[in-house]
Design a protein around this ligand. Sequence first.
Ligand code: PLP
Length: 373
Amino acid sequence: MSETFSAEARLIHAGTTREAAEPTAPPLVPASIYVSEGEPRRDRAYGREGNPGWEALEDALGGLEDAQAVAFASGQAASMALMLALARGRDRIVLPTDGYYGARVLAAKLNPHGATAVHADLQDLAAVARELKAGPSVLWAETPTNPLLRVSDLAGLAEVAAAADAPMIVDNTTATGLLQRPLDWGAAASLYSLTKAISGHSDVIAGAVVSRDAELISELRGWRTSGGGIPGPFEAWLALRGLKTLPLRIARQSDSALAIASHLAGHPRVRAVHYPGVEPSTLALAQRQMPGGFGPLLSFEVDTGRAADRVVAGSRLILPATSFGGVESTWERRARWPGETAPDGLIRLSVGVEPAADLITDIDHALNTLQEA
Ligand code: PLP
């Protein structure tokens, strides 16, 4: 569609044509094979190489960042393809100390294959530069991080990465391409778990990589075809359907999350609140990098792990569940997951689209159970 229109407008029309009698919703094509003889057309011969539903989703995702996208079976399948594509000739993957723990686990699994996972505090540019210069590296950035919602400086990170000749990847799952465009700050690729806010209804596992580097995109397609980490046609269809309402959902979720974080910051039972909109040390940076809002995810700390379990169990509206970005609010004590390094008493809250006042009533009720303890 014409570039005259905004990314949001193009998003709504992704996968739809203006041809008479064509469906307005993109067709769901659950085909493992296509009619094909002679020299095969690679994207329409065998279902592991192409599906019209992936292509519609990829057009929409790419359009958000003026780039191309490759969709995968999950965020982790996308990360694995990206790590494999970039680790060749580079023996170090530099990851944040406080980012998504699954990326650290995955990178560590590449150790026996010659890529060493090392960790750095992404807010410390000198430390990142040191790690990147210690050998040919990939910088695997994440901002805001899951679950501490720490914001790091994408322009600064891109600069130290370029000085070390290291490609920078940004896991942009918590913000989405609507609130933050890592490629504009110098990233080689943005990585997404589409399982979260992009699909938005807690009914899909999928992932994607978005990049302006045609060679990288083609290599990722190769890894997807050979490795088989393809999205199911129905998952791609659901992800695109969800993506079309992302602008509406994320605006409301960001407003509510900011109101809740501000409320929690003044709560006597809460030790600390983590949200880009209430963290003075990085507020100006967050406003610059995320001009449209700070997203649905926040976390806060109570005194102990036991207290956190009690709070989570005390809600009547917010569901106890993992993951984030869905229309329903969910929360969990994050340290219940082995491998997670979050403080014991940290609760990660994914703010849904329920009215903020209802959520605050529910949170206050759950925190009040601590007084009864
Ligand atoms: N990146 C982040 C920031 C995540 O939170 C997750 C999952 O929780 C992933 C990547 C992995 O995504 P998926 O669960 O779709 O494989």
